[in-house]
Design a protein around this ligand. Structure first.
Ligand code: UD1
Ligand code: CA
Length: 454
Protein backbone atom coordinates (compact mmCIF):
# COMPACT_ATOMS: atom_id res chain seq x y z
CA UNK A 1 0.00 0.00 0.00
CA UNK A 2 1.47 3.29 -1.04
CA UNK A 3 0.69 6.26 1.16
CA UNK A 4 0.55 9.99 0.53
CA UNK A 5 0.48 12.31 3.51
CA UNK A 6 -1.74 15.38 3.40
CA UNK A 7 -1.00 17.95 6.12
CA UNK A 8 -3.66 20.61 6.65
CA UNK A 9 -1.94 23.84 7.58
CA UNK A 10 -3.74 26.65 5.77
CA UNK A 11 -5.77 28.02 8.67
CA UNK A 12 -5.09 31.42 10.14
CA UNK A 13 -5.03 30.56 13.79
CA UNK A 14 -6.89 33.74 14.74
CA UNK A 15 -6.83 32.91 18.44
CA UNK A 16 -3.03 32.92 18.53
CA UNK A 17 -3.25 36.73 18.02
CA UNK A 18 -0.01 36.67 16.07
CA UNK A 19 1.67 37.86 12.90
CA UNK A 20 3.31 34.45 12.71
CA UNK A 21 1.22 31.74 11.00
CA UNK A 22 -0.05 29.37 13.69
CA UNK A 23 1.80 26.28 12.45
CA UNK A 24 5.12 28.13 12.73
CA UNK A 25 4.75 28.75 16.45
CA UNK A 26 7.44 26.63 18.08
CA UNK A 27 7.36 23.70 20.41
CA UNK A 28 10.84 23.14 21.86
CA UNK A 29 12.20 25.78 19.48
CA UNK A 30 10.96 24.01 16.34
CA UNK A 31 7.84 25.03 14.38
CA UNK A 32 4.82 22.82 15.09
CA UNK A 33 4.54 21.99 11.41
CA UNK A 34 8.18 20.85 11.34
CA UNK A 35 7.42 18.40 14.16
CA UNK A 36 4.56 16.97 12.09
CA UNK A 37 6.67 16.79 8.92
CA UNK A 38 9.40 14.96 10.86
CA UNK A 39 6.91 12.53 12.38
CA UNK A 40 5.19 11.58 9.12
CA UNK A 41 8.60 11.10 7.47
CA UNK A 42 8.99 8.03 9.74
CA UNK A 43 6.26 6.36 7.67
CA UNK A 44 8.29 6.71 4.43
CA UNK A 45 5.38 8.09 2.42
CA UNK A 46 5.44 8.62 -1.35
CA UNK A 47 5.20 12.35 -0.68
CA UNK A 48 4.05 14.79 1.98
CA UNK A 49 1.63 17.37 0.60
CA UNK A 50 1.30 20.39 2.85
CA UNK A 51 -1.77 22.54 2.30
CA UNK A 52 -0.88 26.14 3.12
CA UNK A 53 -2.76 29.43 2.88
CA UNK A 54 -2.25 32.02 5.59
CA UNK A 55 1.39 33.15 5.49
CA UNK A 56 2.07 30.56 2.78
CA UNK A 57 5.43 32.03 1.74
CA UNK A 58 6.74 32.18 5.27
CA UNK A 59 5.56 28.65 6.05
CA UNK A 60 7.22 27.28 2.93
CA UNK A 61 10.53 28.95 3.82
CA UNK A 62 10.51 27.80 7.41
CA UNK A 63 9.90 24.07 7.08
CA UNK A 64 12.20 21.48 5.54
CA UNK A 65 11.70 17.85 4.63
CA UNK A 66 12.12 15.16 2.03
CA UNK A 67 9.51 14.73 -0.70
CA UNK A 68 7.62 17.80 0.48
CA UNK A 69 5.10 19.24 -1.91
CA UNK A 70 3.35 22.51 -1.19
CA UNK A 71 -0.26 23.09 -2.12
CA UNK A 72 -1.79 26.51 -1.80
CA UNK A 73 -5.40 26.79 -0.63
CA UNK A 74 -6.17 30.40 -1.48
CA UNK A 75 -9.39 30.57 0.53
CA UNK A 76 -9.97 28.49 3.65
CA UNK A 77 -13.31 26.91 2.86
CA UNK A 78 -12.95 23.95 5.20
CA UNK A 79 -10.97 20.75 5.77
CA UNK A 80 -12.70 18.93 2.89
CA UNK A 81 -11.87 21.80 0.53
CA UNK A 82 -8.27 21.74 1.77
CA UNK A 83 -7.82 18.06 0.91
CA UNK A 84 -9.43 18.74 -2.47
CA UNK A 85 -6.59 21.14 -3.31
CA UNK A 86 -4.02 18.37 -2.79
CA UNK A 87 -6.00 15.71 -4.65
CA UNK A 88 -4.51 16.28 -8.15
CA UNK A 89 -1.03 15.58 -6.73
CA UNK A 90 -1.84 12.33 -4.95
CA UNK A 91 -0.42 9.10 -6.43
CA UNK A 92 -0.71 6.53 -3.63
CA UNK A 93 -3.52 4.12 -2.70
CA UNK A 94 -4.21 5.85 0.61
CA UNK A 95 -4.10 9.47 1.71
CA UNK A 96 -3.24 9.92 5.37
CA UNK A 97 -4.64 13.29 6.45
CA UNK A 98 -3.04 14.95 9.48
CA UNK A 99 -3.30 18.43 10.98
CA UNK A 100 -0.44 20.91 11.14
CA UNK A 101 -1.19 22.02 14.69
CA UNK A 102 -0.91 18.76 16.66
CA UNK A 103 2.84 18.78 17.34
CA UNK A 104 2.98 15.89 19.82
CA UNK A 105 1.57 13.35 17.38
CA UNK A 106 3.53 10.08 17.33
CA UNK A 107 4.31 7.91 14.31
CA UNK A 108 3.20 4.84 16.29
CA UNK A 109 -0.44 6.02 16.30
CA UNK A 110 -0.30 6.71 12.56
CA UNK A 111 1.21 3.27 11.93
CA UNK A 112 -1.57 1.64 13.97
CA UNK A 113 -4.16 3.50 11.90
CA UNK A 114 -2.51 2.56 8.59
CA UNK A 115 -2.26 -1.08 9.67
CA UNK A 116 -6.03 -1.16 10.18
CA UNK A 117 -7.00 0.00 6.68
CA UNK A 118 -6.96 -1.23 3.08
CA UNK A 119 -8.27 0.31 -0.12
CA UNK A 120 -11.80 -0.85 0.77
CA UNK A 121 -11.92 0.81 4.17
CA UNK A 122 -11.82 4.26 5.71
CA UNK A 123 -9.71 4.72 8.83
CA UNK A 124 -10.32 7.17 11.65
CA UNK A 125 -8.03 8.01 14.52
CA UNK A 126 -10.24 8.82 17.48
CA UNK A 127 -9.64 9.72 21.12
CA UNK A 128 -11.54 9.86 24.41
CA UNK A 129 -11.70 13.55 25.30
CA UNK A 130 -12.04 14.72 28.89
CA UNK A 131 -13.44 17.96 27.48
CA UNK A 132 -14.79 17.45 23.95
CA UNK A 133 -15.87 21.10 23.51
CA UNK A 134 -15.33 22.26 19.94
CA UNK A 135 -14.42 18.83 18.62
CA UNK A 136 -16.23 16.58 16.13
CA UNK A 137 -18.14 13.74 17.86
CA UNK A 138 -17.92 10.14 16.66
CA UNK A 139 -21.47 8.84 16.26
CA UNK A 140 -21.77 5.03 16.43
CA UNK A 141 -24.77 2.74 16.00
CA UNK A 142 -25.96 0.14 18.54
CA UNK A 143 -23.36 -2.32 17.22
CA UNK A 144 -20.58 0.15 17.70
CA UNK A 145 -20.14 0.87 13.99
CA UNK A 146 -19.22 4.45 13.09
CA UNK A 147 -22.13 6.17 11.34
CA UNK A 148 -20.83 9.70 11.03
CA UNK A 149 -18.93 12.55 12.61
CA UNK A 150 -20.89 15.54 13.83
CA UNK A 151 -19.13 18.85 14.36
CA UNK A 152 -19.67 20.51 17.74
CA UNK A 153 -21.57 23.42 16.22
CA UNK A 154 -23.91 21.07 14.34
CA UNK A 155 -24.49 18.56 17.15
CA UNK A 156 -27.71 17.82 19.00
CA UNK A 157 -27.62 17.89 22.85
CA UNK A 158 -27.47 14.08 22.81
CA UNK A 159 -24.52 14.07 20.42
CA UNK A 160 -22.74 16.71 22.50
CA UNK A 161 -22.64 14.17 25.36
CA UNK A 162 -20.41 11.86 23.27
CA UNK A 163 -16.80 11.91 24.50
CA UNK A 164 -15.20 9.94 21.67
CA UNK A 165 -13.94 12.62 19.29
CA UNK A 166 -12.35 13.03 15.88
CA UNK A 167 -8.63 13.75 16.04
CA UNK A 168 -8.87 15.05 12.46
CA UNK A 169 -6.47 12.29 11.40
CA UNK A 170 -7.84 9.93 8.76
CA UNK A 171 -6.62 7.31 6.31
CA UNK A 172 -8.71 7.56 3.14
CA UNK A 173 -8.50 5.56 -0.12
CA UNK A 174 -7.56 7.92 -2.96
CA UNK A 175 -10.32 6.51 -5.15
CA UNK A 176 -12.92 7.54 -2.59
CA UNK A 177 -11.50 11.05 -2.42
CA UNK A 178 -11.67 11.35 -6.19
CA UNK A 179 -15.24 10.19 -6.31
CA UNK A 180 -16.73 11.77 -3.21
CA UNK A 181 -14.83 14.97 -2.35
CA UNK A 182 -16.67 16.83 -5.14
CA UNK A 183 -19.95 15.70 -3.54
CA UNK A 184 -19.35 17.56 -0.23
CA UNK A 185 -21.65 20.46 0.54
CA UNK A 186 -21.14 23.46 2.80
CA UNK A 187 -24.66 23.37 4.12
CA UNK A 188 -23.75 23.40 7.83
CA UNK A 189 -23.33 25.70 10.81
CA UNK A 190 -19.91 27.00 9.68
CA UNK A 191 -20.64 27.12 5.93
CA UNK A 192 -17.53 24.98 5.33
CA UNK A 193 -16.75 21.89 3.28
CA UNK A 194 -16.18 19.41 6.12
CA UNK A 195 -13.84 16.50 5.47
CA UNK A 196 -15.79 14.70 8.20
CA UNK A 197 -18.89 14.51 5.98
CA UNK A 198 -16.98 12.08 3.80
CA UNK A 199 -17.73 9.28 6.28
CA UNK A 200 -21.39 9.05 5.35
CA UNK A 201 -20.50 9.12 1.66
CA UNK A 202 -17.95 6.34 2.22
CA UNK A 203 -20.55 4.20 3.96
CA UNK A 204 -22.93 4.74 1.01
CA UNK A 205 -20.09 3.54 -1.26
CA UNK A 206 -19.93 0.31 0.76
CA UNK A 207 -16.64 1.05 2.50
CA UNK A 208 -15.99 -0.21 5.98
CA UNK A 209 -15.22 2.44 8.60
CA UNK A 210 -12.45 1.31 10.91
CA UNK A 211 -11.00 3.21 13.82
CA UNK A 212 -7.87 3.24 15.94
CA UNK A 213 -7.38 5.02 19.25
CA UNK A 214 -4.67 7.63 19.68
CA UNK A 215 -2.04 6.81 22.30
CA UNK A 216 -3.14 9.69 24.52
CA UNK A 217 -5.21 12.86 24.45
CA UNK A 218 -2.09 15.05 24.55
CA UNK A 219 -0.71 13.36 21.47
CA UNK A 220 -3.56 14.64 19.30
CA UNK A 221 -4.27 17.85 21.16
CA UNK A 222 -4.43 20.76 18.74
CA UNK A 223 -3.07 24.23 19.46
CA UNK A 224 -5.55 27.06 19.02
CA UNK A 225 -4.13 29.61 21.46
CA UNK A 226 -0.97 30.32 23.42
CA UNK A 227 -2.28 28.65 26.55
CA UNK A 228 -2.56 25.35 24.69
CA UNK A 229 0.85 25.99 23.13
CA UNK A 230 2.41 26.31 26.58
CA UNK A 231 0.59 23.22 27.84
CA UNK A 232 1.97 21.15 24.98
CA UNK A 233 5.45 22.63 25.44
CA UNK A 234 5.44 21.46 29.07
CA UNK A 235 4.14 18.02 28.07
CA UNK A 236 6.86 17.76 25.41
CA UNK A 237 9.52 18.71 27.97
CA UNK A 238 8.07 16.28 30.51
CA UNK A 239 8.62 13.54 27.94
CA UNK A 240 12.20 14.73 27.29
CA UNK A 241 12.93 14.74 31.03
CA UNK A 242 11.52 11.24 31.38
CA UNK A 243 13.66 10.02 28.47
CA UNK A 244 16.81 11.55 30.00
CA UNK A 245 16.10 10.01 33.40
CA UNK A 246 15.36 6.63 31.84
CA UNK A 247 18.69 6.84 29.99
CA UNK A 248 20.69 7.45 33.18
CA UNK A 249 20.51 11.14 34.12
CA UNK A 250 19.31 12.39 37.51
CA UNK A 251 17.53 15.71 37.20
CA UNK A 252 17.39 18.07 40.17
CA UNK A 253 13.95 19.12 38.94
CA UNK A 254 12.38 17.55 35.83
CA UNK A 255 10.18 20.64 35.51
CA UNK A 256 13.17 22.93 35.13
CA UNK A 257 14.86 21.12 32.26
CA UNK A 258 14.42 21.87 28.55
CA UNK A 259 15.60 20.08 25.44
CA UNK A 260 15.18 22.05 22.23
CA UNK A 261 16.80 19.53 19.94
CA UNK A 262 18.18 16.16 20.94
CA UNK A 263 20.02 15.10 24.07
CA UNK A 264 21.79 11.84 24.64
CA UNK A 265 23.13 11.03 28.11
CA UNK A 266 25.37 8.34 29.59
CA UNK A 267 24.92 6.70 32.99
CA UNK A 268 25.12 8.61 36.27
CA UNK A 269 24.79 12.03 34.74
CA UNK A 270 23.57 14.78 37.07
CA UNK A 271 21.76 17.83 35.73
CA UNK A 272 20.91 20.66 38.09
CA UNK A 273 18.01 23.09 37.56
CA UNK A 274 17.42 25.30 34.51
CA UNK A 275 19.57 23.47 31.97
CA UNK A 276 18.64 24.19 28.35
CA UNK A 277 19.96 21.96 25.56
CA UNK A 278 19.75 23.15 21.93
CA UNK A 279 20.73 21.29 18.77
CA UNK A 280 22.47 17.97 19.23
CA UNK A 281 23.98 17.45 22.66
CA UNK A 282 25.81 14.37 23.85
CA UNK A 283 26.85 13.84 27.48
CA UNK A 284 29.09 10.93 28.51
CA UNK A 285 28.95 8.95 31.76
CA UNK A 286 29.23 10.79 35.09
CA UNK A 287 28.93 14.25 33.57
CA UNK A 288 27.73 16.84 36.05
CA UNK A 289 25.92 20.01 34.97
CA UNK A 290 25.46 22.89 37.40
CA UNK A 291 22.44 25.18 37.59
CA UNK A 292 21.50 27.66 34.81
CA UNK A 293 23.65 26.30 31.99
CA UNK A 294 22.86 26.54 28.27
CA UNK A 295 24.24 24.26 25.57
CA UNK A 296 24.15 24.34 21.78
CA UNK A 297 25.56 21.30 19.94
CA UNK A 298 28.05 19.94 22.44
CA UNK A 299 29.89 16.72 23.07
CA UNK A 300 30.93 16.37 26.72
CA UNK A 301 33.18 13.49 27.81
CA UNK A 302 32.96 11.18 30.81
CA UNK A 303 33.26 12.79 34.22
CA UNK A 304 33.43 16.35 32.94
CA UNK A 305 32.00 18.96 35.25
CA UNK A 306 30.19 22.07 34.07
CA UNK A 307 29.63 24.55 36.87
CA UNK A 308 26.81 27.07 37.29
CA UNK A 309 25.87 29.71 34.70
CA UNK A 310 28.01 28.40 31.87
CA UNK A 311 27.15 28.73 28.17
CA UNK A 312 28.69 26.26 25.71
CA UNK A 313 28.15 26.47 21.95
CA UNK A 314 29.39 24.16 19.16
CA UNK A 315 32.17 22.79 21.31
CA UNK A 316 33.76 19.60 22.53
CA UNK A 317 34.72 19.13 26.16
CA UNK A 318 36.76 16.03 26.88
CA UNK A 319 36.71 13.69 29.84
CA UNK A 320 37.17 15.12 33.34
CA UNK A 321 37.50 18.72 32.17
CA UNK A 322 36.02 21.39 34.47
CA UNK A 323 34.28 24.46 33.07
CA UNK A 324 32.77 27.45 34.85
CA UNK A 325 31.16 28.85 36.87
CA UNK A 326 30.30 31.75 34.52
CA UNK A 327 32.33 30.54 31.54
CA UNK A 328 31.44 31.20 27.91
CA UNK A 329 32.68 28.50 25.55
CA UNK A 330 32.10 29.64 21.99
CA UNK A 331 32.08 27.76 18.66
CA UNK A 332 35.13 25.79 17.66
CA UNK A 333 36.41 25.25 21.18
CA UNK A 334 37.87 21.87 22.09
CA UNK A 335 38.86 21.48 25.73
CA UNK A 336 41.23 18.57 26.27
CA UNK A 337 41.07 15.86 28.90
CA UNK A 338 41.29 17.15 32.45
CA UNK A 339 41.62 20.77 31.35
CA UNK A 340 40.13 23.63 33.37
CA UNK A 341 38.36 26.79 32.30
CA UNK A 342 37.23 28.95 35.18
CA UNK A 343 35.05 31.95 35.90
CA UNK A 344 34.65 34.81 33.41
CA UNK A 345 36.69 33.10 30.74
CA UNK A 346 35.65 33.25 27.08
CA UNK A 347 37.11 30.88 24.50
CA UNK A 348 36.54 30.68 20.75
CA UNK A 349 38.10 28.44 18.05
CA UNK A 350 40.57 27.20 20.58
CA UNK A 351 42.15 23.87 21.26
CA UNK A 352 43.16 23.63 24.90
CA UNK A 353 45.55 20.73 25.56
CA UNK A 354 45.26 18.04 28.20
CA UNK A 355 45.43 19.33 31.76
CA UNK A 356 45.85 22.94 30.65
CA UNK A 357 44.22 25.69 32.68
CA UNK A 358 42.65 29.08 32.08
CA UNK A 359 41.29 29.68 35.51
CA UNK A 360 40.09 33.28 35.55
CA UNK A 361 39.03 36.33 33.53
CA UNK A 362 40.58 35.66 30.13
CA UNK A 363 39.78 35.73 26.43
CA UNK A 364 41.43 33.02 24.37
CA UNK A 365 40.43 32.94 20.70
CA UNK A 366 41.95 31.41 17.54
CA UNK A 367 44.47 29.61 19.69
CA UNK A 368 46.20 26.27 19.78
CA UNK A 369 47.35 25.54 23.30
CA UNK A 370 49.49 22.51 24.12
CA UNK A 371 49.27 20.18 27.12
CA UNK A 372 49.96 21.30 30.69
CA UNK A 373 49.82 25.01 29.90
CA UNK A 374 48.88 27.54 32.57
CA UNK A 375 47.26 30.74 31.36
CA UNK A 376 47.11 33.35 34.12
CA UNK A 377 44.22 35.60 35.08
CA UNK A 378 43.45 38.42 32.69
CA UNK A 379 45.28 36.98 29.69
CA UNK A 380 43.99 38.23 26.34
CA UNK A 381 44.80 36.84 22.90
CA UNK A 382 44.66 39.85 20.58
CA UNK A 383 43.45 37.81 17.63
CA UNK A 384 41.91 40.60 15.55
CA UNK A 385 43.75 43.46 13.87
CA UNK A 386 40.54 45.13 12.79
CA UNK A 387 40.49 43.31 9.47
CA UNK A 388 41.81 39.75 9.86
CA UNK A 389 41.93 37.12 12.59
CA UNK A 390 45.32 35.70 13.59
CA UNK A 391 46.41 32.66 15.48
CA UNK A 392 48.14 32.22 18.83
CA UNK A 393 50.13 29.01 19.30
CA UNK A 394 51.49 27.80 22.63
CA UNK A 395 53.62 24.69 23.08
CA UNK A 396 53.35 22.24 25.98
CA UNK A 397 54.11 23.43 29.49
CA UNK A 398 53.98 27.14 28.64
CA UNK A 399 53.28 29.53 31.52
CA UNK A 400 51.57 32.83 30.80
CA UNK A 401 51.76 35.29 33.69
CA UNK A 402 48.65 37.24 34.69
CA UNK A 403 47.43 40.22 32.72
CA UNK A 404 49.36 39.39 29.57
CA UNK A 405 48.44 40.55 26.09
CA UNK A 406 49.42 38.12 23.34
CA UNK A 407 49.39 39.95 20.01
CA UNK A 408 48.68 37.40 17.26
CA UNK A 409 50.03 35.98 15.06
CA UNK A 410 52.34 34.75 17.76
CA UNK A 411 54.12 31.53 18.62
CA UNK A 412 55.18 30.75 22.18
CA UNK A 413 57.24 27.56 22.12
CA UNK A 414 57.18 24.70 24.61
CA UNK A 415 58.26 25.45 28.15
CA UNK A 416 58.44 29.22 27.58
CA UNK A 417 57.44 31.63 30.29
CA UNK A 418 55.76 35.00 29.86
CA UNK A 419 56.19 37.45 32.74
CA UNK A 420 53.04 38.93 34.25
CA UNK A 421 51.78 42.12 32.64
CA UNK A 422 53.62 41.54 29.37
CA UNK A 423 52.54 42.64 25.93
CA UNK A 424 54.03 39.94 23.72
CA UNK A 425 54.53 40.86 20.08
CA UNK A 426 57.53 38.67 19.15
CA UNK A 427 57.67 34.89 19.07
CA UNK A 428 59.19 33.22 22.14
CA UNK A 429 61.48 30.17 21.79
CA UNK A 430 61.64 27.00 23.91
CA UNK A 431 62.17 27.64 27.58
CA UNK A 432 62.80 31.39 27.13
CA UNK A 433 61.38 34.00 29.49
CA UNK A 434 59.63 36.85 27.72
CA UNK A 435 59.25 40.11 29.60
CA UNK A 436 57.32 42.66 27.64
CA UNK A 437 56.70 45.51 30.06
CA UNK A 438 58.31 48.73 31.23
CA UNK A 439 60.90 48.21 33.93
CA UNK A 440 59.81 49.45 37.34
CA UNK A 441 61.47 52.57 38.71
CA UNK A 442 61.21 53.51 42.38
CA UNK A 443 61.64 57.27 42.80
CA UNK A 444 63.08 58.61 46.06
CA UNK A 445 61.82 61.79 47.72
CA UNK A 446 58.50 61.74 45.97
CA UNK A 447 56.29 64.68 47.02
CA UNK A 448 52.70 63.72 47.39
CA UNK A 449 50.25 66.06 45.64
CA UNK A 450 48.59 68.51 48.05
CA UNK A 451 45.14 70.07 47.86
CA UNK A 452 45.09 73.49 46.11
CA UNK A 453 43.47 76.51 47.78
CA UNK A 454 40.39 77.69 45.85
C1 UD1 B 1 -11.47 19.65 12.89
C2 UD1 B 1 -12.48 18.56 12.59
C3 UD1 B 1 -13.05 18.04 13.91
C4 UD1 B 1 -11.93 17.55 14.80
C5 UD1 B 1 -10.88 18.65 14.99
C6 UD1 B 1 -9.69 18.09 15.70
C7 UD1 B 1 -13.55 19.04 10.44
C8 UD1 B 1 -14.72 19.63 9.76
N1 UD1 B 1 -13.54 19.09 11.75
O1 UD1 B 1 -12.19 20.71 13.51
O2 UD1 B 1 -13.97 16.97 13.65
O3 UD1 B 1 -12.46 17.12 16.05
O4 UD1 B 1 -10.44 19.15 13.72
O5 UD1 B 1 -8.79 19.13 16.06
O6 UD1 B 1 -12.65 18.53 9.79
N2 UD1 B 1 -7.52 23.85 7.60
C9 UD1 B 1 -7.10 24.15 6.32
N3 UD1 B 1 -7.98 24.71 5.45
C10 UD1 B 1 -9.25 24.98 5.78
C11 UD1 B 1 -9.68 24.67 7.08
C12 UD1 B 1 -8.79 24.11 7.97
O7 UD1 B 1 -5.94 23.91 5.97
O8 UD1 B 1 -9.96 25.48 4.92
C13 UD1 B 1 -6.57 23.27 8.54
C14 UD1 B 1 -6.29 24.17 9.72
O9 UD1 B 1 -5.15 24.97 9.47
C15 UD1 B 1 -6.01 23.17 10.83
C16 UD1 B 1 -6.83 21.95 10.43
O10 UD1 B 1 -7.14 22.09 9.07
O11 UD1 B 1 -4.66 22.79 10.90
C17 UD1 B 1 -8.12 21.83 11.23
O12 UD1 B 1 -8.91 22.95 10.99
P1 UD1 B 1 -9.77 23.62 12.13
O13 UD1 B 1 -10.54 24.74 11.55
O14 UD1 B 1 -8.93 23.89 13.31
O15 UD1 B 1 -10.78 22.42 12.43
P2 UD1 B 1 -11.61 22.22 13.72
O16 UD1 B 1 -12.77 23.13 13.71
O17 UD1 B 1 -10.73 22.24 14.89
CA1 CA C 1 -12.03 25.54 13.72
Amino acid sequence: MQVDIVVLAAGKGTRMRSQLPKVLHPIAGTPMLQHIVNTVAELSPLATHVVIGHGAEKVRESVLGEHLSWVVQAEQLGTGHAVMQALPNLRGDIALVVLGDTPLLKASSLKALLDSVNTQSYGLLTVESADPTGLGRIVRDANGNVQKIVEHKDATPEQLAITETNTGIMAIPRQLLEKCLPMLSSNNAQGEYYLTDLIELAIAEGLQIVSAKAGSEMEVQGVNNRVQLATLEREYQRQQAEAAMTAGASLADPQRFDVRGSLSVGNDVFIDINAVFHGECVLGDNVSIGPNCTFYNVVIGDGAEILANTVVEDARIDARATVGPFARIRPGTHLGEGSKVGNFVETKKTLLGKGSKINHLSYVGDAEVGDGVNIGAGTITCNYDGVNKHKTVMGGGVFIGSNSTLVAPIDIAAGAFVAAGSTVTNNVSDNQLAVGRARQRNIDGWNKPTKKDK
